[in-house]
Each structure stands twice: as structure tokens, then as C-alpha cells.
Design a protein around this ligand. Structure first.
Ligand SMILES: Nc1nc2c(ncn2[C@@H]2O[C@H](COP(=O)(O)OP(=O)(O)O)[C@@H](O)[C@H]2O)c(=O)[nH]1
Ligand SMILES: [Mg+2]
Length: 458
């Protein structure tokens, strides 16, 4: 879920950690990727603009500052957290609760009720369902089947057309349950008659909680819907369904945050167990691809050895950069951990779609490059130009390291790109201390190398 945004965020973190230093171009490229992903996820454009501005403004502070990479990542994290929500708001139940579920047709209301029933039954509650969706003939039958599936009591009346009458009929019997979940009628669109009906039911039943169910598909339109339902009937929280199958989940989540409508749960599939409490903090951490921010920052810190980075730069400048230095760079990238494993942490991710293969091959590629370098002679490592002059060496290394000649050529290409950068940087004067690089020098560098990224492992 939110795969696109998640992948962009993970790539941004990789970009930051593998960059030799944080510069304006890096910050801009991250903002650009992020903007595209947020808009794809249907996040409000104004919100995207504000977030970009904050990252640009704050990010500037870290430019030219090798040791501040972790701050840039924290900034990225905090801004995303801000638009998704900062605090977890739980659905708090007492001894006896009645929850009225409201929402439009087809959003997954009945399914969600069954999921919630199973969730609380497992946690020791004696649960009953009450079907008040009187407009659609099949609605009560569906609820009955769902109730059977999760093994809880269901109260319906297929012939009664007045919702409130059904409620009155079963009121007494329902008293013996700890938790009564009420399925109300929906409509195709938010309209006067629906609001009136919900208002009526709500005032007569006086539920302890009212939960609005929306489908992630509506994206940022969730904001108006949440506001309208809140005005009509004291909605205290939201459940967003189809987080697994909609690309607009980012819009829905951020819109609920804007409307001050806490998200209690998210639906992540069609099965009964496909529901989870929504915790904005763990959600964002998973989106960024890490268990939590602290460990992420630790990883970035250990992956970026400032002293080593400076040495690398110096060697680059002096034209002494060899494959051994390149090997160190690969190592620092790899200490970020295998990205394929990280995707497993994302709820619904594994189930919904195949994890992006790119992330895997990227890790694989680095591994192969390391193997290849390990199979080289000292002479080859020091002067990789030899490999281009005598291509038989490439075949030998490929055989010895279990890699392909193609991979080795790619490795040499990448290495040369960095060396090329070195000669350009050299002509700019002393860059042994990257924090001393002037804006002008950086512009010159950026121009010289155009769109080529210094460490672009793609
Ligand atoms: N992929 C996915 N489908 C869901 C989810 N929740 C509900 N659905 C599906 O949405 C459709 C409508 O559900 P239903 O409960 O009948 O909606 P209602 O009209 O609001 O009561 C059904 O096919 C459900 O299986 C979810 O979290 N993920
Ligand atoms: Mg229904």
C-alpha cells in the first residue's frame, strides 16, 4: 500500500546516504521525486507545495555539511509525518459499547463491521451485529453471512423498512452484549436524505462511538466527506478501507488528518483478518523503509563515515581514486541493509503486489560488484584501465567471481564516472573539504556532469 510513495521515500534515503555530500541538487532532486509521488497518491497540491517549501528551506541548512545527512533524513521523515498525522488516536472502548458505522454504498462498511467484530471477539468481547441498512434488499442477508463467518450474533429484520423500528425491536436483547456494531444505510452520494436518516438514527440510538467508513479510492475527497459526516452525526473516527488496492491512499490519509478525523483502523484486503489499527508513526517509518527513525538514523550515521568521505574526496581530487575506494563506497551502501527485507515490514505490501524487484537487483548488483573486485589482482584494482585494454582479464574475473562480463563493464563504467568527476573537481581547485565548496563551484560541477549522479547505482 502506498507503494509508489514508499519506494520514492526509500530511494530518497538511499540517495542521501550514498551521496558524498549533501548539495542543493540532491535536495532538489528529492523534492522533485517526492512531489511527483505525493501527487500520484492524490495528496492535496497545496499540502505538497508547503511540504516542498519546508524541505527546501530547511534542507538548505544542511547543504555543504557532510555530517548533517541524518538531519536531512529526519526532516524528510518529519514532514511526511506532519501531513499523515503525528498522533495515534485509538478507539477506546468501555464495558459496553454501541458503535454506529456510517458511510456511502460500497465502501466496505459491512465487511469492515465483520472485521471489527472478529477483532474484538478475539480480544474477549461478546459481540453482536445489528443490520439497519434497510434500503438494499441484500444488505441484511450479507450481514447475516458475515456474522456467521466470524461467529457472532446477528440481528436483522428483512421485512422491516424502518431502521429505527428494527433497533427498538432488538434493543432489549442487545443489552446483554458488550459490543454492538450497527450497520446503517448508505447512499450513492452524500445527500440530504442520507444525512437526515443518519442524524435520526444517531439521536435515537445515541451510540458510544460513530465511525465513518471510507474507501481509500476517494483520495483527498475524504476531507469533505469526513467534515460533512462529522457535522451530521458526531463522527469520532474513521476507518479507511482498500488501503491495499488504491493508489490514492496518501490523499485519503492526509485528508483525514486535515479534517481532524482520526483514523482508527485501516482495511488492507478483503479477508476478515485484513485490518489493522492505524498508527501514523509506525506507518510513516515503514513507508520510509525502516523500523523506526532512531535505527534509521543510526544506520545512516554508520554508513557515512565522515572522515572516510573526506579522504575519498581527497583521493578523487588527486586522481588516486581506485576500485578499492569504490569498494568502500559499495560497502557503505550495503550497510543500509537489504531493501527487499524492509518491504516485508510494510503492511499489506507482500500480499498486494510483488515487492519492487529493482530494490532486490540493486542489492544483488552491489554484491556482484564486490565479488568481482575481490577476484581482481592488486594491479587491476589500482589501475582498472588495464581491464579495458585487455578484455581477457574481464572474462577471467567474471569466471572467477561468478558474475557476468556485462556486470563488470557496468562496474567499470560507474567507477569511471566518478573518476571523471574527480578531474572536473580538480579543475575547480581544492575540494578536500566538501563543506568549503562554494555554490559557484557546485554549480560548475553540476553543469559539467549534467544529469549524471555521482553514485547512481541503477
Ligand atoms: N481490497 C479490499 N477490498 C475491500 C476492503 N474492504 C472491503 N472490501 C471490498 O469492498 C466491497 C464492498 O464491501 P461491502 O462491505 O459490501 O460495502 P458496503 O456497501 O459499504 O457495506 C466488497 O467486495 C469487499 O470485499 C479492503 O480493505 N480491501
Ligand atoms: Mg453493506
Amino acid at each position: 500500500m502506498l507503494q509508489g510513495l514508499g519506494n520514492v521515500l526509500k530511494k530518497s534515503i538511499e540517495k542521501i546516504s550514498s551521496a558524498i555530500f549533501v548539495d542543493k541538487t540532491l535536495v532538489e532532486s528529492i523534492i522533485k521525486d517526492l512531489q511527483r509521488a505525493l501527487i500520484m497518491a492524490d495528496v492535496n497540491i497545496q499540502l505538497v507545495k508547503e511540504l516542498s517549501e519546508k524541505i527546501r528551506k530547511e534542507g538548505e541548512k544542511y547543504v555543504k555539511n557532510v555530517e548533517k545527512k541524518e538531519h536531512l533524513i529526519k526532516l524528510l521523515h518529519d514532514e511526511i509525518q506532519n501531513i499523515i498525522g503525528n498522533e495515534k488516536k485509538e478507539l477506546i472502548l468501555g464495558k459496553k459499547d454501541t458503535i454506529l458505522f456510517v458511510g456511502l454504498y460500497g465502501v466496505g462498511k459491512s465487511t469492515t463491521i465483520a472485521k471489527i467484530a472478529a477483532w474484538y471477539k478475539k480480544r474477549g468481547k461478546n459481540v453482536a451485529l445489528l443490520g439497519l441498512d434497510v434500503h438494499r434488499p441484500a444488505a441484511s442477508e450479507q450481514l447475516e453471512q458475515l456474522g456467521k463467518k466470524v461467529d457472532v450474533a446477528v440481528f436483522i429484520d428483512k421485512d422491516e423498512k424502518k431502521a429505527i423500528k428494527i433497533y427498538e425491536k432488538y434493543k432489549k436483547q442487545l443489552e446483554k452484549y458488550d459490543l454492538v456494531l450497527i450497520d446503517s444505510a448508505g447512499r450513492d452520494a452524500l445527500e440530504e436524505s442520507l444525512i437526515k436518516e443518519i442524524k435520526d438514527i444517531s439521536s435515537k440510538i445515541n451510540p458510544t462511538h460513530t465511525i465513518l467508513v471510507i474507501a481509500a479510492d476517494i483520495g483527498q475527497a475524504a476531507r469533505n466527506q469526513a467534515q460533512a459526516f462529522k457535522e451530521a452525526c458526531n463522527v469520532d473516527g474513521v476507518i479507511i478501507t482498500r488501503m491495499d488496492s488504491s493508489a490514492k491512499a496518501g490523499g485519503a490519509l492526509t485528508a483525514c488528518n486535515e479534517a481532524n478525523a482520526p483514523v482508527y483502523f485501516i482495511g488492507t484486503g478483503e479477508k476478515i483478518q485484513d485490518i489493522e489499527p492505524f498508527n501514523p508513526q509506525t506507518f510513516v517509518s515503514r513507508l520510509l523503509g525502516m523500523g523506526d527513525l532512531e535505527s534509521l538514523i543510526e544506520k545512516v550515521k554508520s554508513a557515512t563515515d565522515e572522515k572516510k568521505q573526506k579522504e575519498t574526496l581527497k583521493r578523487l581530487e588527486e586522481g588516486k581514486f581506485t576500485l578499492a575506494d569504490f569498494y568502500d563506497q559499495i560497502n557503505s551502501m550495503q550497510s543500509m541493509g537489504p531493501l527487499s527485507k524492509i518491504t516485508e515490514l510494510i503492511p499489506g505490501f507482500g500480499k498486494a503486489k510483488i515487492p519492487e524487484e529493482l530494490l532486490d537487483t540493486q542489492g544483488e548488483k552491489l554484491k556482484h560488484w564486490k565479488h568481482a573486485i575481490n577476484s581482481m589482482t592488486k594491479e587491476e584494482i589500482e589501475s582498472p584501465e588495464l581491464l579495458e585494454k585487455q578484455t581477457s582479464r574481464i572474462s577471467r574475473i567474471a569466471k572467477g567471481s561468478g558474475t557476468s562480463t556485462n556486470e563488470i563493464r557496468q562496474l567499470i563504467k560507474q567507477y569511471k564516472l566518478i573518476k571523471e568527476m574527480a578531474s572536473g573537481a580538480g579543475s575547480l581547485g581544492d575540494i578536500s573539504d566538501p563543506s568549503q565548496l562554494s555554490q559557484k563551484q557546485m554549480m560548475k560541477l553540476a553543469k559539467k556532469f549534467g544529469k549524471k549522479k555521482l553514485m547512481k547505482f541503477k
